[in-house]
Design a protein around this ligand. Structure first.
Ligand code: BGC
Length: 509
């Protein structure tokens, strides 16, 4: 297993790396990071479309009837429909299975082919969904979109990290989160306008998924494969040519040699998935592969995004106002991602995780208390209370946007040792999408039964995950990527598990 996020700080020769930011590199970043927009566009579009009357009338008439009956009521339960939720989560189940196929394609044929495969599947999904006349067509469309996301989320973070010069790898990696959030925001804006087009506006929202897919496919034709992947495939001359072009210099000997060494070392490991289970890699397994991706979703962020319009309608806002509200939350996410890109290498990962966690807990508790006092008695909320709720939801989303959102992808990518980085990334995508789907499937039922208590539940989970970070994650800011495993050997808890012996054992092929 070779490749992975080989960047400059492979160690030995990092100080001799040369290069500048070339237009070819920028093109690669723009096209590569567009992969995140597929993910984001879908997240944003689903939440808007599932609150559009004509969409509900056509596919989920019982939900529509319930919505009409309760139009004047503020009811926690009116959207609780497992089939409607299955429409949303079928995509994530497809994504979590296909990401393992993507891992194979990414390794054998390259990151670029995976990204392009993802865009083709996403394109087909967009077309089938826009033309859907029954629920099976809707679900098939969602599955195709899901395969697109399984491939995209597997390959794009890898692609960005490999193509980036080492010094700015963190910020470049976070382009994925930025384009995800831009995708959500654009989808929110699209929904805002298509909602006014009767009776087929929802088809336009779903069908416009073909736009980012086409851009990525066409861009992909011109996209360079990463030098790492070319080395991995044994295409050494081509790898060197691409490296020179991306870095804008012929003096790439040091970086190229590191790349070859890293690739050799990684190839010695026969089964990267099994390697992940060895005792010496326990911190990476617990923190990177399982903890962070699961907790990112258990924060409840996507419940708020998927169903922001539903929540706002349940709060007594009209349908248009609901979509308008989700445009506000989408903007918060973009701002959060930009803030994170600017400060993550200075303030550090732990600071952002902890600050973000506290802000999320405080704002969601205020949401819960407000709902407990003012909501569920069948009255529309007063303007002041509604504004307070919107502001608190925005503070929650912004905090996620600069903490668990981007770090949920960045930190796992930097703590896996090279030999299992690509396999690790598949597990990250799988766990992340599993929890995305599980939360989507459970949230509306939980809202219906636990009422405002569901937000207290999320506050409890965010407290647990913040403690997890405080106790178990060492600070990785500015630590060369290949030295990160040494942090665990000095860590107060992990040093007991990652002893010298287990380290030797885990490095055996
Ligand atoms: C998460 C998504 C989330 C998005 C925006 C990403 O990092 O993985 O689940 O919807 O951020 O909040």
């Amino acid at each position: 297993m070779a490749g992975g996020f080989v960047g400059g700080d492979v160690g030995k020769r990092a100080e001799f790396y040369e290069g500048r930011i070339t237009s070819y590199f920028i093109l690669a970043c723009v096209v590569g990071s567009l992969g995140g927009s597929l993910f984001g566009y879908d997240l944003g579009v689903s939440s808007g479309v599932t609150s559009m009357d004509e969409f509900l009338k056509e596919f989920f008439p019982s939900v529509y009837r319930r919505k009409q009956e309760h139009l004047r009521e503020t009811d926690y339960c009116k959207y609780d429909n497992q089939i409607l939720t299955l429409f949303t989560s079928s995509l994530y189940f497809a994504g979590l299975v296909s990401t393992f196929g993507a891992s194979l394609v990414t390794r054998k044929y390259g990151r670029r082919i995976s990204i392009m495969t993802g865009s083709v599947s996403f394109f087909c999904g967009g077309v089938v969904n826009a033309a859907a006349v029954n629920i099976p067509m809707l679900i098939v469309g969602r599955i195709l979109l899901g395969v697109g996301i399984g491939f995209g989320n597997q390959a794009v973070p890898l692609y960005l990290s490999e193509i980036a010069p080492p010094k700015i790898r963190g910020a470049v990696n976070q382009l994925f989160q930025l384009t995800t959030c831009l995708g959500i925001l654009i989808a929110d804006i699209v929904n805002y306008f298509t909602e006014k087009i009767h009776p087929w506006g929802w088809r336009l929202s779903l069908g416009l998924a073909v736009v980012p897919a086409t851009l990525i496919f066409v861009g992909g034709i011109f996209l360079p494969e990463t030098p790492n992947s070319l080395v991995e495939q044994g295409r050494l001359e081509e790898a060197r040519r691409v490296l020179e072009k991306v870095r804008g210099t012929h003096k790439v000997d040091a970086e190229f040699e590191d790349l070859r060494d890293a690739s050799e070392a990684a190839r010695a490991v026969k089964n990267p998935f099994r390697n992940l289970l060895k005792r010496g890699n326990r911190p990476q397994l617990i923190i990177g592969a399982l903890g962070i991706p699961a907790f990112q979703q258990l924060s409840g962020q996507n419940s708020i995004l998927f169903y922001a319009p539903v929540i706002f309608q349940s709060l007594g806002f009209g349908s248009g106002a609901a979509l308008y509200s989700s445009i506000i939350t989408g903007s918060m996410l973009v701002i959060g991602a930009l803030v994170s890109m600017c400060v993550v290498d200075r303030l550090g990962r732990r600071f952002l995780f902890i600050e973000g966690g506290i802000q999320m807990i405080v704002s969601i508790v205020i949401v819960a208390v407000t709902l407990a006092l003012k909501f569920g008695h069948g009255e529309t909320l007063s303007k002041g209370v509604a504004v307070l709720l919107v502001v608190m939801i925005c503070l929650f989303v912004a905090a996620f946007g600069w903490s668990w959102g981007p770090l949920g992808w960045l930190v796992p990518s930097e703590i896996f040792p090279l030999e299992m980085r690509s396999a690790g990334q598949s597990v990250v995508v799988c766990v992340n999408l599993f929890f995305t789907a599980a939360i989507a499937q459970c949230f509306l039922a939980a809202l219906c039964h636990l009422r405002y208590g569901v937000f207290i539940l999320f506050a409890g989970l965010i407290s647990i995950m913040s403690i997890f970070i405080i106790l178990l994650l060492p600070e990785t800011k500015q630590v060369p990527i290949e030295e990160i495993s040494q942090l665990f050997e000095k860590h107060w808890y992990w040093k007991r598990i990652v002893g010298k012996d287990s380290k030797v054992e885990s490095q055996k092929p």
